[in-house]
Design a protein around this ligand. Sequence first.
Ligand code: PGA
Length: 254
Amino acid sequence: MVRKQIVAGNWKMNMDFDEGRDLAFSIIRKLGPLHSQVIFCPPFIHLNYLSVLTKGIANLSLGAQNCHQQNNGAYTGEVAASMLKSVGCEYVILGHSERREYFAEGDEILAQKVDVAIANDLIPIFCVGEKLEIREAGTHENTVEKQLKGGLFHLEKDLFSKVVVAYEPVWAIGTGKTASPQQVQEMHYFIRKAIANKYGKKIADMTSILYGGSVKPNNAKELFENSDVDGGLIGGAALKASDFIDIINSFPKD
Ligand code: PGA
């Protein structure tokens, strides 16, 4: 079963319009033909322009970093999934630990966001991951399983098959402290097993599970080599064209 290999760049709240355009240009200029799916996830203001810039480039897509849980209405300052779709987005990151932590997004809201994203034909990149104290207490698998159950496992099988999962241990995000390839493989195996228990092996084998947390050009290869790691969600290193390209080129050659 061939799973999609994905490298998604999460620009977070970085890059004004000119900087974002220049970054995207320099990446695109240096990209060879893409064998994996590459996704730019910039702040909202870039999406419309980048959808024009990336149009027609095979395997290069756009994703947003969030959407609101309602379809439309009086929610000042928010952006709806249908609006993202209308500017050419195909993906949306949901449940990122920064959203969970700083914007108090819990299971219930995230489950609604997943539903509204899928209803608008967006693919959720659903993030799970434990904080340092949970890892140290040894209960990280329980935490991740709870996040999967709370935000994703309400989906019917045919809808779940559209989802991408990203494992991002909070202690590794933006800290320069990457989880070891073994820790990553163990958790990805656990996540795939949890998906298999809920939806069956076939769906589990088809689900792309990305790792995120201080992925850099010098560690991407050893992370991506693991059998249950299908790519990465890249923060800091997605802001430098040469680093992001090196990471894209880190997949084992087939
Ligand atoms: P990082 O961020 O690569 O800067 O650790 C990853 C993420 O938060 O998606």
